[in-house]
Design a protein around this ligand. Structure first.
Ligand SMILES: C[S@@+](CC[C@H](N)C(=O)[O-])C[C@H]1O[C@@H](n2cnc3c(N)ncnc32)[C@H](O)[C@@H]1O
Length: 285
């Protein structure tokens, strides 16, 4: 069961993102793209809208290349957001499925892309509603920072993956418990959704305890944080005081450009407190 607090956190972040409420979110994650920080090979100053959208898609492409999918593979994305990843897999002929905690994300995707109709589930990563040994591959992009119980997610993945099935997980993780405290002083969790972000060593330990084989752990922060921080500063120049939601007003300074200062996301990355990780693992044969 999803707690009320967790549901509210997700609703506040994503459900009001329709121009009605939170212009910051609309600028941060333009509608034409996905809802992630992006994987940037380079970026210009100012960053163009196309670059922003391409970077978000590149993160998906990076994960697809790591998964090294076969055409016959049955694939699940956990936390699909706007679902562009699933559409792209279906268009390439893959047998793709998705699950998301927000009913609105499920409904919107089904309505816009009827080919997803029997392929989407509304549910939680911690209680994946699929039979055991069902999937060849599972991936999750920038959603695990919201999971309230990482261990339940990992055990569920193990259960529903076939033997030799792959799990690829990417998002930001703290580098230590001290780092977690430091980051929370600079990054507002209610604005960035870092409420449940995990410490990387805890995640790796949980994967090993659940008998996953960890193939590789990549740090891709250099291709994520500098450009994402730049984008944050760039869009903050387009914000006016009236678009900062009342309940987030204590973080007002976070929303506005402060030319003389580095953006907090870049600071916490440079200090070594956080990184953006790609964890590839496998259920043993
Ligand atoms: C930052 S968005 C990323 C969406 C997408 N993967 C992308 O890269 O565009 C996080 C997504 O995870 C979903 N989510 C959060 N907690 C979840 C949970 N416990 N189980 C399943 N999905 C969850 C949210 O509803 C949201 O769609």
């Amino acid at each position: 069961m999803q707690s009320k607090k967790n549901k509210k956190n997700l609703d506040d972040l994503y459900s009001k993102n329709d121009g009605k409420h939170d212009k910051h979110m609309d600028l941060l994650f333009p509608k034409e793209g996905n809802i992630n920080f992006g994987y940037w090979k380079s970026f210009s100053n100012p960053i163009t809208m196309q670059e922003r959208i391409d970077a978000q898609e590149n993160l998906y492409e990076l994960i697809f290349s790591i998964l090294d999918l076969k055409q016959s593979d049955k694939i699940l994305e956990v936390g699909f957001g706007r679902g562009r990843g699933i559409i792209s897999l279906l268009e390439k002929g893959f047998d793709a499925f998705g699950l998301d905690a927000l009913q609105e994300h499920v409904d919107r995707l089904k309505e816009k892309h009827t080919q997803t109709k029997n392929r989407l589930s509304h549910g939680l990563a911690e209680q994946l509603p699929y039979p055991k040994n069902e999937f060849d591959a599972i991936f999750s992009i920038e959603a695990a920072q919201h999971f309230t119980n990482m261990n339940d997610f990992i055990e569920n993945c193990y259960r529903i993956l076939k033997c030799s099935g792959k799990l690829v997980l990417t998002t930001f993780f703290f580098n230590s418990s001290l780092a977690k405290e430091k980051v929370s002083e600079l990054i507002p969790e209610s604005v960035e959704g870092t409420h449940n972000a995990q410490i990387i060593t805890d995640v790796l330990n949980q994967l090993e305890n659940s008998k996953f084989e960890i193939n590789k752990v990549d740090k891709i922060g250099e291709n994520v944080f500098p450009a994402y921080a730049h984008w944050q500063k760039q869009i903050s120049q387009m914000l006016t005081p009236d678009v900062v939601p009342k309940d987030k007003s204590k973080w007002k300074s976070y929303f506005y450009a402060r030319d003389e200062l580095e953006h907090p996301w870049l600071t916490v990355f440079k200090k070594g407190w956080i990184d953006y990780y790609v964890v590839h693992c496998k259920k043993p044969a």
